[in-house]
Design a protein around this ligand. Sequence first.
Ligand code: FAD
Length: 619
Amino acid sequence: CNVSGFMPYRLYTNISLYYDPSLPLIHPAYTSENWYNNPSGYGEAHTKNPNSEEEYDFIIVGSGPAGSVIANRLSENPNWKILLLEVGKEPTTLTEIPAIAYYFQFTDYNWGYLMEEQENMALGFIDRRMHWPRGRVLGGSSVINWMIHTRGNQIDYNRWAKNGNKGWSYKELFRYFLKSESFDVKLKDSGYHHHGGKLNVEDVAYRSKSADAFVGAMQEMGYPYVDYNGKKQYGVSYVHATTKRGRRCSAFNSFLEPIRSRANLKIYTSAKVTKILIDANTKHAWGVKFVKDRQNRIAKAKKEVIISAGALSSPQLLMLSGIGPKKHLEELGIPVIQNLPVGRKLYDHLGFFGLTITANDSVTIPLETALYDLRTIIEYKQGKGVLATLSGAEALAFVRTPVSKEAHPFYPDIELISFGGNPRLDNGEVYRKTARITDEIYNKIWRPLGTSKAFIIAPILLHPKSCGYMKLKSKNPYDWPRFYGNYLTDPEKLDLKTFIASIRFVQNLLGMPSLRRYNAKLLDTPLPGCQHYIYDSDNYWECSLRHLSTSVHHQTTTCKMGPKSDPEAVVSDKLKVYGISGLRVADTSIIPEPITAHTNVPSFMIGEKVADLIKEDWW
Ligand SMILES: Cc1cc2nc3c(=O)[nH]c(=O)nc-3n(C[C@H](O)[C@H](O)[C@H](O)COP(=O)(O)OP(=O)(O)OC[C@H]3O[C@@H](n4cnc5c(N)ncnc54)[C@H](O)[C@@H]3O)c2cc1C
């Protein structure tokens, strides 16, 4: 990717001044739906020239990993005219600094969505609403994410194929994972990687003592050190980072910036698509309606419209355009063009951030001091130092708890992430606010801790049985959709049991020499709201999970891929929307079931795959 060469000090210092309201990026009211509905540059649109229309071969909506790859690959053909529409703006080079990724959740690079309140969940968060950030910037969520690079487990993709999605087995997708990547991680399985793709993957130059202790302890427990993007995923590793010389590689600087001079590619930023234009008689998608510079505009597609607006916006756009559950659309007064279960299923990975480990030494990432230390900028320029850390995520392990009912003995149901800090790390300024942790809990649990002697091991539930859904609030494209996570609601309580088993796993891990060396202990301050349970009982942990688990932002399945016989399917294995010609959806919304991966790389892969499917049809 094209990472920037030099970062002016002036820009850097802006970050430490992020409360300054004069900075263009920072919006203190970032979680206000009203603000997002009427940010500057949008609002009421006028149709100045209703006849002004543009025509392209392909129109792509959304520039996340999938949309950017598609724009790049399709515009390789100089005879095709491509339009890429993105509602967000171009990112600043500050977004390339891995350690401050969290800060951009407080800017207009984030949609700022909140999940609807769920009974008995998110009890430790402000207004009991979970934050569901999504990128709203050229490059999508890859510009604000944590940069953890994971392909997923081969079993995930083989299952997609087994369930009727032809061409989606791991063996068939392997070349697409390879195509994007340029793998620079030192320990790697030979034959599983490629060097020379657009997306760089490397080790993180800085590691805290807590990460070393976690990796050591996992190995002492019998888990192998693995290349989790290679042959075997099961085991432990330091994170592989989607960075180059310590700077973020996003969809923007990997796939768009290098090709923006292509004459056949038009990129509109600050352009919000409000409707897919579909002929109600022929059911053919012939273009899109969008708002740019406060003007309603229309773009026509001679060949196809491709929706890559992400797992929360692609379904919204389909429903606004008359593709969705008939009853729901009729209730909102949207003329139904195709009755499909859009948004009916929504899977997500839930992470538990309530396992704080205290140590007798300084073991964390010294982020608080680093942010104000000029030396760290010099190090950053050299591609090393604290600013290269992935917002605290340093090492991970894929494990299987005894609760798992999976046939394969090495198919993980839990990922453990070692975070080299705790919400107090940056003096409680930003980290804790991304999760919306209440003052009561922060003051009781984390404020009394120093910044350097407590870190977190967070279990992530990889294959939730519970699933949520989403629907529209109204037919106004500027209204937030309504998101329902429905976490931990499966009738057999397998999700809860798996989480509790993972907590027991971490407790055993703390007995291993590498962690014992630091006298590592689980912080046992009773969580406000759970004091009435016996500390460390299963009931206590269930209560904690209901307070402090939160989304790790891997929403999927809202436009599910599946064969025609699958009543939940919205798109075919060619990613074509059932019943509509000239229309595909390509992003994480098509992922049919939860995967053993963070979803950034799978989204790049989906982009690569669909670009080839489109070329097969039209080249
Ligand atoms: C805070 C955070 C941390 C994460 N950390 C990781 C990680 O470490 N590793 C990992 O693998 N994954 C991570 N993820 C998930 C990963 O980034 C996403 O799954 C991935 O980016 C999804 O890609 P996408 O192509 O589906 O869409 P997105 O990245 O969501 O992009 C969709 C784009 O479409 C645009 N758009 C939406 N609606 C419209 C419209 N109407 N008109 C025009 N444009 C529109 C959006 O503004 C956005 O830019 C994280 C996500 C978040 C939010």
